[in-house]
Ligand binder design. Structure first.
Ligand code: SAM
Length: 279
């Protein structure tokens, strides 16, 4: 079921999505552009191409982040027995969405998607192609208001909070300014999850190439997009006192790579980590 906050009770699927402003670039649509998707407009492509001038490997980086999603979800299922996921900052549906990866490994996996961009809401039906024994749902809500996620009826309908949950926070925290207190909101989400739950984070960083990433921050700022690269220590703060799973906080390409370790793991400017709530 797709839920959005404009719906009257019982009308979730009948309500028009909120208007989509195609005249200014949006992070979800730029990311879609770099991934080779079709859900982007001229403003997104213009800023997306400007960023690509500054970081010519930006498309590969976006795909490396998606590959991490796949590896993290499979690892949580296979090594930690997690079968339910809360994916906040879902993005426009593309290849290898969380429920597709999860349900390949465990057909009974359940996924609740959350995003605050109306265009993701407009395409959310593509995220609901669940197996018969699993379940998926989507809510239009904001990470900066964790109660809007935690108190939403869809959360309890989709996930069992007595059982460990895999919280996916991939490529989203970098879009939340320090002034919006992302650490506080993530802590509230972590607190709501039972022991044995895991959180996966990927986060853009300027640690590997400060000049290029600094230029991208300026370009996105001019395009009215908030982009906050964070250091390894700042990313670590999102994980609170949860136990870091091996190999720790590492460049995204170096997080449990399939096959050979990458020759230059810092070629994608993301930190990645998965941590587990102690019992
Ligand atoms: C770069 S995409 C990442 C998509 C996917 N998680 C991935 O890693 O491939 C970031 C997504 O986060 C969403 N987002 C940004 N700020 C958000 C917020 N405060 N609450 C919920 N979603 C947010 C954007 O709308 C966008 O769809």
């Amino acid at each position: 079921m797709v839920h959005n906050e404009w719906a009257q009770p019982g009308e979730d699927e009948m309500v028009e999505p909120p208007p989509i402003d195609t005249t200014v670039a949006h992070s979800a649509r730029m990311y879609d552009y770099w991934l080779g998707g079709m859900t982007n407009f001229a403003a997104d492509r213009r800023l997306g191409a400007a960023v690509e001038e500054l970081i010519p490997t930006i498309r590969t980086m976006a795909w490396e982040n998606r590959r991490f999603l796949g590896r993290a979800v499979r690892h949580l299922i296979q090594a930690h027995g997690i079968s339910q996921f809360l994916d906040v900052g879902t993005g426009i549906p593309t290849k290898g969405n969380t429920h597709e990866v999860a349900q390949l490994a465990n057909p009974a996996a359940r996924v609740l998607y959350v995003d605050n961009d109306p265009i993701v809401l407009a395409h959310a039906n593509a995220l609901l192609s669940s197996t018969a024994v699993g379940r998926t749902a989507y809510i239009h809500a904001d990470l900066r208001e964790p109660r809007s996620i935690l108190d939403h009826p869809a959360l309890r309908e989709t996930l069992d909070l007595e059982q460990p949950v895999g919280l996916m926070l991939l490529g989203v925290l970098m879009l939340v300014a320090d002034a919006d207190e992302p650490w506080l909101h993530v802590a509230e989400l972590l607190d709501a999850l039972p022991p044995g739950s895991c959180v996966a984070v990927s986060h853009v960083t300027a640690d590997f190439d400060p000049r290029a990433v600094g230029a991208v921050v300026n370009a996105e700022d001019e395009g009215r997009i908030t982009l906050v690269p964070r250091t390894k220590a700042e990313v670590g703060r999102f994980l609170a006192d949860w136990e870091l799973l091996e190999p720790g906080i590492v460049p995204v390409m170096a997080w449990r790579p399939d096959g050979e370790p990458p020759a230059d793991p810092q070629a994608a400017y993301y930190w990645a980590a998965v941590a587990r709530k102690p019992f």
